[in-house]
Design a protein around this ligand. Structure first.
Ligand code: C5P
Length: 232
């Protein structure tokens, strides 16, 4: 079944506390049905809040980028499934991905693998002991994720077109989105919603262009409209 355009927008609740997050969710109302919760909010009461969001009918992307021993990853993934999350991230190391896939088992939770953090460059990889360029490592890990049965990949929207060819029907979730004319902030390789969808993204993760807009609901509606228009 095709994903409805509204559900393809995931708003990143990069906010300092639950009060601010609740106010934003209230403001966005039915314009947004999918929210991402990362470390900042998770460490400020965001886990019970994620559970409440899921109970209220919203979808939740828990972006905790897990990487630990297999037993811990598997058990933590089971807990993420129990609390009602829809997406859960792990780093794309094969033992970690296998453990997460085991942990999600028959639940509806989807595991997304983070191939290489987009803030890393080739020099960072050399320093960390890798003999690969970022480009090669992204491709290698995407291939491994597919073989292991991970549900999707998180990658910069700028990499979407290249990855789409390699990952078949896996989900492709892309941050680094900026509507035309918006400030890039610290994102270096930004892509408009239209271009991300054209390149094969399934879901767009958007933070500041919505959170910092004068009218966040209108900003979200405009992105959903652009997605819908691109898909027709
Ligand atoms: O505010 P902005 O739209 O740049 O937020 C993007 C969101 O996507 C943030 O929550 C950020 O942590 C996340 N992200 C990213 N680049 C990645 C992975 C995740 O910007 N490679």
């Amino acid at each position: 079944m095709p994903i409805p355009p509204r559900e393809r927008l995931i708003v990143a609740l990069d906010l300092p506390d639950v009060t601010a997050a609740e106010a934003m969710v209230e403001k966005l109302g039915d314009a947004v049905s999918f929210y991402k919760i990362g470390f900042e909010l998770a460490l400020a009461g965001g886990i019970p809040f994620a559970q409440e969001l899921a109970r209220s009918g919203k979808k939740v992307f828990l972006d905790l980028k897990l990487h630990d021993i297999a037993n811990t990853v598997k058990r933590a993934t089971e807990r993420a499934a129990e609390l009602g999350a829809t997406f859960f991230t792990v780093h794309a190391f094969p033992p970690t991905m296998r453990a997460a896939v085991e942990g999600r088992e028959k639940s509806t939770l989807k595991i997304l693998a983070v191939t290489v953090l987009t803030s890393w460059d080739d020099a960072d990889l050399v320093e960390a002991g890798y003999a690969h360029s970022v480009k090669d490592l992204v491709r290698m890990r995407a291939k491994q994720a597919r073989e292991i049965g991970v549900d999707g990949i998180v990658a910069s929207a700028a990499e979407a077109a290249d990855l789409r060819k390699k990952i078949g029907s896996m989900l492709l979730v892309t941050p680094g989105i900026r509507p035309a004319g918006d400030a890039p902030g610290d994102q270096k390789r930004i892509v408009t919603p239209k271009d991300a969808i054209r390149a094969g993204s399934d879901y767009l993760v958007v933070g500041r262009p919505v959170l910092n807009a004068g009218d966040p609901k209108a900003a979200a509606e405009a992105i959903v409209a652009e997605i819908a228009q691109t898909l027709t």
